[in-house]
Ligand binder design. Structure first.
Ligand code: CA2
Length: 145
């Protein structure tokens, strides 16, 4: 059976490619979904990208992933730095979890240097632009292959 990877995105990432291109680039979340779907197909993986502006929405998507996904790639947006609820939800997921940040959070304000999600993530990509999602997906293919 084809394995599915959930690609989850937190608050404001629906604006990707539409605001602050100097930080987040010109690609939209739809571009990310298309690029990941094409790359996933090369590895026999299905990808399912979601975005929510709500903390509880992301928690519910992680619960859904428990039933439907073999792995999670997550950019929790600002909730990265604040959400114990998202960490707790990820701790209930059994497959690989990769954390992605489009910008290099370590080069930015100090409040972005701490991530609750990193306490669960099997790997972290930061500062590779939207390509970080594809790099995480490549690693997912190695782990699940
Ligand atoms: O670099 C990342 O991917 C972040 O997760 C993005 C979050 C930020 O709070 C994290 O510290 C780092 C912000 C997401 C906002 O996304 C936008 C995208 C385009 C235009 C405006 C906001």
């Amino acid at each position: 059976m084809t394995k599915t990877i959930y690609i989850l995105n937190g608050p404001n990432l629906n604006l990707l490619g539409k605001r602050q291109p100097e930080i987040y680039g010109h690609d939209t979340l739809e571009d990310v979904a298309k690029n990941c779907a094409a790359l996933g197909a090369e590895f026999g993986l299905e990808t399912d990208l979601h975005q929510s502006n709500f903390e509880g929405g992301i928690v519910e998507l992680i619960h859904e992933a428990r039933e439907k996904a073999a792995g999670i790639i997550i950019n929790p947006g600002a909730y990265t730095h604040t959400s114990v609820a998202i960490l707790d939800a990820l701790n209930t997921f059994e497959g690989p979890v990769f954390e992605v940040h489009i910008s290099n959070v370590h080069k930015r304000e100090s409040f972005r240097h701490h991530s609750y999600v990193s306490l669960r993530a099997d790997g972290v990509m930061a500062g590779f632009g939207v390509q970080g999602y594809e790099l995480a997906l490549r690693r997912m293919a190695v782990l699940l292959g």
